[in-house]
Design a protein around this ligand. Structure first.
Ligand SMILES: Cc1ncc(COP(=O)(O)O)c(C=O)c1O
Length: 422
């Protein structure tokens, strides 16, 4: 099996962790820029369409990375008040902000409208909610849930069981209501899959969406400005997997765009996506130090990161490749469970993983942790979130988020007469 490469030398990583101790997230700026450009290049030039990716900041909401992607021409996709405020802080404005939320509180809609963001409504009842409490925006988008037309996967769920979006009947009704309210600018969104490596899936989704636009336009004509195909393009977490061929997806979409949109004179229709994982996922590394190697009914490697730093393996059984720094070329002839220190038995980064012989003090690098990694962090067992470091294109490194401290943890507790000093 080919070894996954790390774009940093052992001594570079050692230098970083001397300054910012493990567990620590390290991001590779060059890799992120390359992924952003690869996506833009693949999708530019789909007939009359204009392409834009709204980076799903839930994947990695660090403002330094958002700023980097802003410079690359990306918009940003937000799903909460805090994320909208982060977008504002970084300088995203107006239609460079997509707001795709669900079960949305009023203050989030208020903020999205204040920022003049594109609002993507997750339910037909939100029309009345918006009108009553805020106002109907001039451009509106609805999230479509195609139900049995798509199967989804373990991460996002099966569309028929998923809490997101409007059914087909509701979609027709929703646009009609909005048209009657005088809205003239429309978009249509769907997101039915996550971490998908098969290009066909995205082409099929585009077909479903373009067909729906044609159907709506024939029944009760409105002018769609854009479609948003969501995120969900996968990355090769396992060494034997291959990168998604983006050109294959864009060629497939181009053909359907010609057949459906251009043929029905519905162009120009902008094409938006909300890819997060594809952009930052492969360029993040969670670096952690081995504390104990123990032997029970199985062999265990206990590291100083826990599931609170990276939840995906414990939550979805997700695979993250592990390199042992300086031992990459030794035979992987030991089988270990690699664990954190939470009092939860699913606090494991790997189960039955073949690795070289490991000793306390070894440095492990968990690959592909640049998306849905740090951002999914939590504080169970009083564990703290780690620092984030960005390695710039010139090889220098910069702290872009400090590690949480015990003081941070205690700050939210309004407990009187604390008997100890931190
Ligand atoms: C609405 C929405 N858009 C975009 C994304 C980003 O997905 P990914 O990072 O897999 O591209 C997600 C992920 O959960 C999402 O829920």
């Amino acid at each position: 099996m080919p070894e996954k490469l790390i774009p940093l030398t052992k001594s570079q990583i050692e230098k970083i962790i001397e300054t910012y101790p493990t567990p620590v997230y390290i991001y590779d700026e060059k890799g992120i820029i390359n992924s952003a450009r690869r996506l833009q290049e693949a999708f530019s030039g789909i007939s009359s369409s204009i392409f834009k990716n709204y980076f799903a900041m839930k994947a990695n909401p660090n403002p330094y990375l958002l700023e980097l992607l802003k410079r690359e021409g990306f918009g940003v996709d937000c799903s909460s008040l805090t994320e909208l405020m982060l977008a504002e802080m970084v300088g995203f404005v107006d239609k460079d902000i997509m707001f795709t939320s669900n079960n949305t509180p009023l203050e989030e809609f208020k903020k999205a409208i204040e920022l003049n963001a594109i609002i993507n409504l997750d339910d037909i009842t939100y029309i009345e909610f918006l009108e009553r409490h805020v106002r109907i925006p001039e451009l509106i988008c609805f999230r479509y849930n195609p139900g049995p037309l798509k199967t989804g996967n373990a991460i996002i769920g099966n569309p028929v069981d998923a809490k997101y979006g409007l059914t087909k009947e509701q979609i027709f009704e929703a646009y009609k209501i909005m048209k009657n309210k005088g809205v003239k600018r429309f978009g249509l969104h769907t997101m039915v899959v996550s971490n998908e490596l098969n290009p066909k899936y995205f082409i099929d989704t585009a077909k479903i969406i373009f067909d729906l636009i044609v159907e709506i336009s024939k029944q009760d004509p409105i002018k769609f400005e854009f479609v948003n195909l969501g995120g969900g393009i996968g990355i090769p977490y396992r060494p034997d997997q291959e990168e998604v061929d983006l050109k294959l997806i864009s060629d497939g979409i181009r053909k359907i765009y010609e057949d459906k949109i251009v043929a029905n004179e519905l162009q120009p229709l902008k094409l938006f996506m909300e890819c997060g994982r594809l952009i930052t996922g492969p360029h993040g590394y969670l670096v952690t130090t081995v504390r104990h190697v123990t032997s029970k009914h199985k062999e265990y490697v206990g590291v100083d990161a826990s599931m609170n730093n990276l939840m995906r393996p414990g939550m979805y059984g997700a695979y993250h490749h592990i390199s042992v720094l300086g031992k990459e070329h030794l035979p992987p002839d030991n089988t270990y469970d690699v664990t954190g220190s939470l009092c939860e038995n699913n606090d494991k980064f790997a189960i039955d993983r073949n690795l070289p012989k490991i000793e306390p003090g070894d440095i492990l690098v968990l690959h592909d942790t640049g998306a849905h990694g740090h951002s999914m962090g939590f504080q169970y067992n009083g564990k703290l979130r780690s620092a984030e470091v960005l390695v710039r294109t010139d090889g220098t490194f910069e702290l872009i988020r400090r590690a949480e401290t015990i003081q941070d943890y205690f700050q939210t507790l309004n407990f009187p007469n604390s008997r100890f000093k931190i």
